[in-house]
Design a protein around this ligand. Structure first.
Ligand code: FMN
Length: 209
């Protein structure tokens, strides 16, 4: 299976070499994110694609000065919706009706069940739900990057509130969840590049019944 080979190839690179990733590979990774499933299909997140070196330099201090932020080719910021509003549900329902060429009234039951969930939840619960969906897209992006033989370092090591402020995410109704620098490993200077993978044994990881 090709995916297994890719997952064996990848690791969370600690040092990148600054080389640019071809746009076609970036586009493929973004398409994989777009195709990721989400609960009820809402995709309650936005991914910022940052390749401006100055902006990456300003982000680095709020990410504990991790070098991959500036040595990456592109930095993806996975941001979840800060809340889920009836307006966003309405837009999604309209989009579904258009994509499936079906009358919007036929989607009323679906719309009401979605509205039932988001109105029952408070803002923080909606955000937490959105953040969980964001992680699914994040995982797809990590695997897609590996398929393209592009290095990617999944990151939670940053000050989310500070990053939100820096990128003006609150004004956009977003909150940052994870970062994914994309680039190429600097094998000679990366202490992790040649170390074996550490993974829980299958007997412990799975319960087969
Ligand atoms: C959600 C998440 C957050 C992580 N945060 C960081 C981080 O901030 N910095 C970093 O260097 N690695 C980070 N990692 C990398 C993990 O330490 C790494 O994926 C794990 O040890 C498995 O090793 P491997 O990815 O090299 O196979 C993170 C990984 C995940 C999935």
């Amino acid at each position: 299976m090709e995916l297994i080979k890719s997952l064996e190839w990848r690791y969370a690179s600690k040092k990148m070499n600054g080389q640019k990733v071809p746009q076609q590979k970036i586009d493929n990774i973004l398409t994989a994110i777009q195709l990721t499933p989400s609960s009820m299909g809402l995709q309650p997140y936005t991914v910022l694609v940052i390749n401006d070196p100055d902006l990456k330099k300003r982000i680095q201090p709020v990410a504990y000065n991790q070098s991959q932020i500036v040595d990456s080719s592109h930095l993806l910021v996975f941001a979840a919706w800060a809340d889920i509003t009836p307006g966003q549900v309405e837009e999604y329902i309209q989009h579904t009706a258009e994509a499936r060429k079906t009358p919007v009234e036929g989607l009323n039951d679906f719309k009401n069940s979605l509205l039932g969930i988001i109105l029952k939840n408070d803002t923080e619960q909606n955000y937490q739900w959105a953040a969980r969906q964001t992680y699914i897209a994040f995982g797809t992006a990590i695997a897609a990057a590996a398929e393209e033989r592009v290095d990617a370092t999944p990151m939670e090591g940053f000050d989310a509130a500070a990053l939100d402020k820096l990128l003006g995410l609150n004004e956009k109704g977003l909150r940052s969840v994870t970062l994914l620098p994309l680039g190429y490993r600097d094998t000679e200077n990366d202490w992790l590049a040649n170390l074996p993978k550490v993974r829980r044994q299958k007997e412990k990881l799975f319960i087969v019944q």
